[in-house]
Design a protein around this ligand. Structure first.
Ligand SMILES: Cc1cc2nc3c(=O)[nH]c(=O)nc-3n(C[C@H](O)[C@H](O)[C@H](O)COP(=O)(O)OP(=O)(O)OC[C@H]3O[C@@H](n4cnc5c(N)ncnc54)[C@H](O)[C@@H]3O)c2cc1C
Length: 385
């Protein structure tokens, strides 16, 4: 095994969270030697690409006030910080189903007022798109989409500028205690195994949070893994400039997906293909890798077209399959708080899961409260120990 290398921080996972945290540590916190390790061959190939690309503004969370409220705070920051990736030039509609919805039209309006989110009755011309026997009300709201390819291009540029060392096609296998408050991180790539030592480890692996050997204790927060399918659709002209979400139950969402110039279609009943309780040695990436991936687009479209008849004219282009990781405690309310754990057993080791893209600000707030010392400081720590 080659000799160990010293880093201030090793970031495991090159999704949006890993990239943003690496950039934060170098730019805001002055860490100099930062290594980012990603098992794919480029940045943001997994959940940060395979998602519905919605910049949430609260509407989606009538059952979780905190998530709704945080979305309201974070959306304007996201638009300010990543104007080049945010798509705003489309009309976003939230429709309320007459049957089986957990909210009524009145409750939805009241909830929007409570979180301070703009909401107005949709233009009558847009109402005609919906089947009135199934839809109780339709609202025009302010919610945006993001272009994940542009976000990845931003991350690449910034990481290069910050001189963060990037290792692709490399998997972190184990995290263990090293000497003098350091951690040892074992990496596997096509050449074999190697080890680096560092002061801090940031586990930003989303679905892979608990898949490490060594002294890594696992997260205390229980996680649920879901294999999900979102269909990518070429929608008819009448739906082209729209995003539509039907609330709040076994319904669907259709959003522009700017990275492919198509629309994603997700359905509460058909998007989750299977799920399991997260556990070490139940590698979600291997599970998805061996999953048959038979599309359910026909069932999605059949049901969606009952509410939105013009969807029957949409052309299926592709499916995005991904493992979605959620906190077990939010199964009932659909809330998406962050997971931020500092592992006492492994000093300097953190696990982070964002839940949704705009939650990056909640993570950065937590990091602001932490103390970090750069590599030079390690010897200081040693001499004062
Ligand atoms: C179906 C679906 C729809 C969603 N819709 C939305 C939405 O509309 N809006 C929204 O804001 N959020 C949405 N999300 C959530 C959003 O995608 C995630 O919150 C966000 O992408 C998480 O970023 P991340 O960097 O933590 O994860 P990822 O982008 O998955 O990054 C983790 C990285 O770690 C790498 N990795 C894992 N294990 C290892 C290892 N051992 N060694 C090295 N590398 C490793 C992976 O390859 C991956 O690149 C959705 C998610 C899914 C799955």
């Amino acid at each position: 095994m080659p000799g160990a290398v010293q880093f201030d921080a090793v970031i495991v996972g090159g999704g949006f969270y890993g990239a943003a945290i690496a950039i934060y540590l170098t730019r805001q916190r002055g860490l100099k030697r930062v290594l980012l390790v990603e098992r794919e061959s480029a940045l943001m190939q997994r959940a940060s690409y395979h998602n519905q690309a919605r910049v949430h503004n609260g509407y989606h969370y009538p059952r979780s006030f905190t998530t709704a409220y945080r979305s309201r705070i974070n959306l304007p920051r996201f638009v300010r910080d990543w104007p080049q990736v945010v798509k705003q030039d489309f009309t976003k509609l939230y429709a309320i189903a007459r049957r089986n919805s957990k909210v009524t039209t009145k409750q939805f309006e009241r909830f929007c007022r409570e979180i301070g989110a703009p909401v107005r009755p949709a233009d009558p011309a847009l109402l005609n798109l919906f089947e009135p026997r199934l839809i109780e009300g339709v609202f025009e709201v302010e919610e945006y989409a993001f272009d994940s390819s542009k976000l990845a291009a931003w991350a690449k540029r910034e990481l290069e500028e910050c001189a963060v060392e990037l290792r692709f096609d490399t998997r972190v296998m184990a995290i263990s205690r090293g000497p003098d408050l350091t951690s040892r991180v074992r990496l596997d790539d096509r050449h074999g195994s190697s080890e680096v030592t560092c002061r801090y480890v940031f586990n930003c692996t989303y679905s892979g949070l608990n898949q490490f050997a060594g002294d890594f204790p696992g997260t205390q927060t229980r996680l649920k893994q879901e294999i999900t399918e979102m269909a990518l659709m070429d929608v008819p002209p009448v739906l082209q400039e729209l995003g539509i979400t039907v609330m709040d139950g076994p319904f669907f969402s259709m959003m522009p997906f700017p990275a492919r110039q198509l629309h994603t279609l997700s359905h509460v009943r058909y998007t989750p293909h299977m799920h399991w309780a997260d556990a070490p040695a139940l590698d979600p990436y291997s599970k998805l890798g061996s999953y048959a991936r038979e599309t359910r687009v026909d069932r999605m479209v059949r049901d969606v077209a009952r509410y939105l008849p013009s969807m029957a004219q949409a052309r299926y282009a592709d499916s995005l399959f991904e493992v979605k990781t959620v906190l077990v405690k939010n199964e009932g309310d659909d809330g998406r708080p962050i997971l931020f754990e500092k592992h006492a057993e492994l000093p300097g080791c953190y696990s982070v899961l964002g839940g949704k893209i705009d939650n990056i600000y909640d993570v950065l707030e937590r990091l602001d409260a932490e103390q970090f010392v750069a590599a030079a400081g390690i010897s200081d720590l040693r001499s004062s120990a």
